[in-house]
Design a protein around this ligand. Sequence first.
Ligand SMILES: Nc1ncnc2c1ncn2[C@@H]1O[C@H](COP(=O)(O)OP(=O)(O)OP(=O)(O)O)[C@@H](O)[C@H]1O
Ligand SMILES: [Mg+2]
Length: 367
Amino acid sequence: MPSSPNMGCEMAPSADQVLKALSTIVDPDLGRDVVSLGMIKDLHISPQGQVAFTFELTTPACPVRDQFRRRAEEALQGMEGVTGVDIKMTANVRAAQGRQHQEMLPEVRQTVAVASGKGGVGKSTVAVNLAAGLAQSGARVGLLDADIYGPSVPTLTGTREQPRVVDDKLVPLQAYGLKLMSIGFLGGADKAMIWRGPMVSRAIQQMMTDVRWGELDYLVIDLPPGTGDASLTIAQSVPLTGVVIVATPQELALEIAVKALQMFRTLNVTPLGLVENMSWFVCPGCGQEHYVFGHGSTERAAQRLGVPFLGGIPLDQQIRSEADSGAPIVVSRPDSPGARAFRDLASQVAARTSIQAFRRLPVINVR
Ligand SMILES: Nc1ncnc2c1ncn2[C@@H]1O[C@H](COP(=O)(O)OP(=O)(O)OP(=O)(O)O)[C@@H](O)[C@H]1O
Ligand SMILES: [Mg+2]
């Protein structure tokens, strides 16, 4: 008999053994192993010991994506009988739970609002870059400008056309891989208008349900500043996965941000965490980082409130100039410190929304 190149094929590990090895990998955010979370798909083991599978993350912006791949390779390469490992990394953003969400936005998996206590702290800048950062990771993302008093998405994305209407629905504009909708795109929006509570609510609801968003992993919503009528109405009428609160490190601004966070909690909107904008200043001359308003105040506030600290964004003149020229810095200057900070923020936010989606899911027994 000719000697077989498949000698030792009986040594190939079983699916059970492979899954057991992979179940040592624990998702740091979800606190459970990746096998019971259902992240290992299409497992195939050849008689020669070639192990192939799909690693399905809960978000393409997963902060531990590379770490997961490395850990899986390490766990399997050391196993007896394994001759090769082929891992395909994919992502499937899980839908938020809740009936209201499914009825109102059946094709949108997660809705993330960006809010603040004070105006002018960089909410819209954060919302645009968060959305663009998520889209860069491969997610399908929409951006809804819910600031009907002072819409800024048209300026921040350099989009000004009037959306088309097809079958009684508005077709969102597109830029930087994002689907966009803002009252600023609609005729007459530049006129001074008095918005009363019910009108605010109706306009926002229409911008959600009368828009052909299509399938989205994330809909990022830029809220108006403060805890006034508009924010209140939106928090109550829009199904939100959670809210990201933007604060700046000055004491007073932070105090107001904390109040906003507590208001959202009262309305049963989950705070996904606090982000500190204008956190530090990078000296354009010497490159040194200066914490002009002190260091760590927002992180400490987050700890005190029991919410995640999602990270800081530098005070960077380029963030403003890029915004003014209609380009999110994550797209136009992807290597700048500001862009890196926004991408990290996008990963953190994506991880927090995954936690929300998984909170009530039972353990999947794949064996
Ligand atoms: N990290 C940053 N570095 C430099 N400039 C910034 C930064 N974040 C925001 N800005 C600038 O600060 C100004 C206010 O930002 P933005 O419009 O995003 O705030 P906002 O909270 O949405 O304001 P409003 O309350 O009016 O909606 C803009 O000119 C913006 O370019
Ligand atoms: Mg704004």
